[in-house]
Ligand binder design. Structure first.
Ligand SMILES: [Zn+2]
Length: 90
């Protein structure tokens, strides 16, 4: 009986250690997958948005109407209408 009790206790100990180890492994997997998800989302967020100074709309430069000012600075607008309004105001 004494040997059986020791065996059961040893088995329980091994199960506890394995469970603890599994938590560590699961934590490492979670830690490794989270930054990858962040990297996957960053290219979309990395698209540089420009602001229309007339109406305040944010839009990607590829969809914007541009205006190069005398100083060489480029302004972006959501439409020709806003560009004309900016020119009239300046
Ligand atoms: Zn606009």
């Amino acid at each position: 009986m004494g040997i059986l009790l020791r065996f059961v206790l040893l088995l329980l100990l091994v199960m506890l250690v394995l469970r603890a180890l599994w938590r560590v492994v699961a934590g490492v997997i979670d830690g490794a997958t989270l930054p990858q998800g962040g990297r996957g989302g960053s290219p979309e967020r990395g698209v540089q948005m420009v602001r229309d100074p007339v109406c305040g709309t944010f839009l990607p430069p590829s969809n914007a109407v541009s205006l190069t000012e005398r100083g060489g600075e480029v302004r972006y607008f959501c439409s020709e209408k806003c560009r004309e309004a900016y020119k009239a105001r300046a």
